[in-house]
Write a protein that binds this ligand. Structure first.
Ligand code: SF4
Ligand code: SF4
Length: 450
């Protein structure tokens, strides 16, 4: 679950990137060609924040207030996805819901700190918190941009309307299956039709309210569900057709498809669910059943051949289907991650700089530096409940030093901030060769490069 806020996409054009001068392209060239990243491209979004990039190049990164904060109001979730990033944390019954007054206090502290956007996310599913509506209204009152990432199970039409009325940047529903049976294997419950129904209501509400909010679907691909991608595409296309017929106008869905990552603290071990998955995979392929076992018990990533099959399905199945149906669904997928996740052994950068720009607030109010380490007390920056705003950045400095001096090699080779860290490292390395006056030009040209 990962995106930068505090901007709108107006004017964001990949053709500007492709038409950029050759010299800049060589500094910022990335193998993962931009047009397939689309809205996944957080590095492009970061370039809107020249004021934040500049201090990093001047050696004053510790003064940068994080732009976007992931905010987990609860650890409760109706699903039990076997790959859940916070699977381990869900065992702790003492850390469940944020209290509303505390959540409002944290949002105010973050606004005071200089953060610009809040992403309500998991932890668990934010829609399980009965006061989510009040929390998003607090963001609106405070002038903070916000977004919602949910599994869609609890996003009733009433809640969807309340949230859309507060003008979120985006609402993103995770759907990781092609049918109800696969949904049960992936999540432990068969709420497939309910989730698709809630997505359709959300899209209809967006039309009813003439809302500018971007509606997105997020899918993570793994051994179990890569075979369901085409079915899911069919269901989204059918939904689009119904809405287009009723509203006489096209509806737009951004569909992001990423490989699932295997982190040490992720995963939910539900015996019954795991046995069902193994039985199911055994009927498909013994190798896939073995690979699933390796994923769950030996920390292996999804095998490369499965990620390659997923890319093949996207490129030769889903994209032609969308074109043929004259659909407005936009598919975005990080090709470089798909191509390397199964084999990469080391991070292609030497410094983790993403936590200068992001943060993660856990339901107990503790601020963490990133998505993967949220909930891990070794990486706790401070508790927003009782920390003076003026001390937060200094406390964060200590944790970032610890990450870079002691922990970076232990982090998974590809994490949620992979592209951001690659970009920031490229930028910092390029800046080292520039004289001080030219550093300003480097930032300006990077911003102009969007
Ligand atoms: S991945 Fe999301 S939907 Fe699945 S169990 Fe975790 S928090 Fe719930
Ligand atoms: S490199 Fe490690 S500390 Fe940095 S963002 Fe990724 S997981 Fe977090």
């Amino acid at each position: 679950m990962n995106n930068s806020l505090a901007y709108r996409h107006n004017g964001l054009s990949c053709s500007r990137w492709r038409n950029a001068p050759k010299k800049m392209a060589s500094i910022f060239h990335r193998e993962d060609t931009n047009e397939i990243y689309g809205v996944l491209d957080t590095t492009m979004k970061l370039r809107y924040h020249e004021d934040k990039i500049r201090p990093m190049l001047d050696g004053a990164a510790d003064t940068i207030a994080p732009i976007t904060i992931h905010f987990a109001p609860t650890l409760r979730c109706p699903q039990r996805c076997f790959f859940c990033t916070y699977g381990g944390a869900k065992k702790d019954p003492t850390q469940l819901d944020m209290k509303l007054l505390e959540a409002q206090h944290y949002i105010s502290r973050l606004s005071e700190l200089g953060s610009e956007g809040i992403i309500f996310t998991g932890g668990g599913d934010p829609c399980m918190h009965k006061e989510l509506g009040e929390m998003v209204e607090t963001c609106k009152q405070q002038g903070l941009a916000f977004a919602l990432q949910t599994n869609g199970d609890g996003l009733t039409p009433q809640l969807a309307e309340r949230i859309l009325r507060c003008d979120p940047v985006y609402v993103r529903i995770s759907i990781n299956a092609g049918n109800g049976q696969q949904q049960r294997l992936m999540t432990g419950v068969d709420n497939y039709e309910k989730v698709l129904g809630n997505l359709e209501s959300l899209l209809r509400k967006k039309h009813d309210l003439k809302s500018n909010t971007e509606i997105a679907v997020a899918t993570v691909v793994d051994i179990v569900n890569y075979t369901g991608l085409i079915n899911l595409a069919d269901r989204l296309l059918e939904m689009e057709d119904r809405i287009t017929a009723d509203y006489k106008t096209k509806t737009q869905i951004n569909w992001t498809i990423r490989p699932v990552y295997n982190y040490p603290a992720s995963k939910v071990y539900n015996e019954y669910q795991l046995k069902s998955i193994i039985c199911n995979l055994n009927t498909r392929s013994i190798d896939e059943a073995k690979a699933f076992n390796e994923f769950m018990y030996n920390g292996q990533q999804t095998p490369q051949y499965i990620l390659d099959k997923a890319v093949h399905t996207i490129e030769y199945g889903i994209k032609p289907l969308i074109k043929e149906r004259n659909s407005e669904i936009r598919v975005c997928y990080p090709l470089q991650k798909f191509k390397t996740l199964g084999t990469i052994k080391e991070k292609p950068y030497t410094q983790c700089r993403a936590p200068y720009f992001y943060g993660f607030v856990w339901p107990d109010g503790v601020l963490y530096p990133c998505v993967e380490n949220a909930g891990n007390s070794n990486f706790a920056i401070c508790n927003l409940k009782n920390t003076d705003v003026k001390d937060i950045l200094q406390l964060r400095k200590g944790i970032i030093e610890k990450i870079n001096n002691e922990c970076l090699s232990k982090c998974s080779p590809i994490c949620a901030y992979h592209e951001i860290n690659m970009h920031l490292n490229n930028l910092a390395n390029a800046a080292e060769t520039y004289c001080p006056a030219d550093k300003n030009n480097l930032v300006r040209r990077d911003v102009a490069f969007i």
